[in-house]
Design a protein around this ligand. Sequence first.
Ligand code: FE2
Length: 193
Amino acid sequence: MAFTLPSLPYAIDALKPHLSQETLEFHHGKHHAAYVNRLNELIAGTKWADAKLEAIIGGAGPGALFNQAAQHFNHSFYWNSMAPRAGGEPKGPAAEAIRKAFNDFASFKQKFTEAAVGHFGSGWAWLVRRADGSLAVESTHDADTPIAHGTKPLLTCDVWEHAYYIDYRNARAKYVEAFWNLVNWDFVNANLK
Ligand SMILES: [Fe+2]
């Protein structure tokens, strides 16, 4: 059973002015779509042909198959990490959990921003819940993903250049600043359940 590119959970222009329609057209419609297409090519006729995405990520080992599968997972997670008319400070369980782990929202925001802006090269910044239940900020390189390491992702920001180059050119910090206006805390709260 082939994987399919999930529809964006909002209109293609809904994240303006923080992310343009053109960025989403390329990032979702070209980059994410290419990961899905390549993943389907790689699994066709193999033991992975009917496997769940998480099983492929957990079992593929380093290489092209892991990269395509993990990028499909990461991007699907990223689209849900953002929403129009979102951002600001968290409410509900996320607010509570972040206060417990980082003392206050500002400290969490600073730590996540540093992970996103400071990550060298392509990758992802994450808020995760570790196996012991504690919350942490992490970054992963290239396609790597928390679910390959036994941690549960709660929120992510894609810091590959293709995520921001159309709108912000080389200014990753400006993109990450804009990301805070899009954070979908409802998604984080759902992931905490
Ligand atoms: Fe991306």
